[in-house]
Design a protein around this ligand. Structure first.
Ligand code: HEC
Length: 164
C-alpha cells in the first residue's frame, strides 16, 4: 500500500468509526426518549404490553392533531377555503380539474360566469343533489355520497372563488 492509500484508509476508518459512534449515540438517545429501556424490561419479563406500544405511538398522533388544530384555528375563512380545496382535490378534481365528462374546468372564468350567475344556493344544490345540463352529468356530491353537505358546499365555494 502506498503512502497515499494508507492515508485514505486511515481517513476512511476514522469516518466509519465516527458514523458507528454517532449511530450508537442516536440509538441510546432514542431509547431514553421513547422510554425504550423501561419497555424492554417489561418484555424481558414476558409481559408483552400493548399499552406500552400505544403510549409510544400516542405522542406522534397528538403532534399531528395539534398541528391540524393550529392550522385550522385562527382565521376561520382560511380554514374553510382549505377544507374546500381539500374536498375539491379529492372528490371534484377528476372532472373539474381536467374538463372530463364535459365538466367546467376550475379557473375557467368563461365556463363559470353563467353558472355563478345562477347563485350560490343553486350551485350548491346541484353539487349536492346532482345536475344534468347541456355539457353532461354532474353526479350528486361528485359521486361521493360519503361527503357531508357542508363539505360539498365548501368545495363549491372554493370552485366559485377560483372561477370569478
Ligand atoms: C364525474 C365527473 C364530475 C365530478 C367528479 C364532479 N363534477 Fe361537478 N360537474 C360535472 C359536469 C359534467 C358538470 C356540468 C354539467 C352541465 O352543466 O352540463 C358539472 C357541474 C358542476 C357545477 C355547476 C352546476 C351548475 O348548476 O351549473 C358545480 C357547482 C359542480 N359541478 C361542483 C362539483 C363539486 C363540488 C364536485 C366535488 C364534490 C364535483 N362537481 C365533482 C362533472 C363532475
Amino acid at each position: 500500500m502506498g503512502q497515499q492509500d494508507s492515508h485514505v484508509m486511515k481517513t476512511l476508518t476514522q469516518f466509519i468509526l465516527g458514523l458507528v459512534a454517532f449511530a450508537i449515540l442516536i440509538f441510546v438517545v432514542a431509547q431514553f426518549m421513547t422510554g425504550g429501556f423501561y419497555n424492554n424490561d417489561q418484555s424481558a419479563t414476558g409481559e408483552a404490553d400493548d399499552s406500552a406500544i400505544a403510549e409510544r405511538i400516542a405522542p406522534v398522533a397528538e403532534v399531528t392533531e395539534a398541528g391540524d388544530t393550529a392550522a385550522a384555528g385562527g382565521d376561520e375563512v382560511a380554514a374553510t377555503e382549505q377544507s374546500g380545496k381539500d374536498v375539491y382535490a379529492s372528490a371534484c378534481f377528476a372532472c373539474h380539474g381536467t374538463g372530463a365528462a364535459g365538466a367546467p374546468k376550475l379557473g375557467d372564468k368563461a365556463a363559470w360566469s353563467d353558472r355563478i350567475a345562477k347563485g350560490m344556493d343553486v350551485l350548491v344544490g346541484h353539487a349536492i343533489n346532482g345536475f344534468t345540463g347541456d355539457k353532461g352529468v354532474m353526479p350528486a356530491k361528485g359521486g361521493n355520497p360519503a361527503l357531508s353537505d357542508d363539505a360539498v358546499k365548501s368545495a363549491v365555494e372554493y370552485i366559485v372563488e377560483e372561477g370569478k
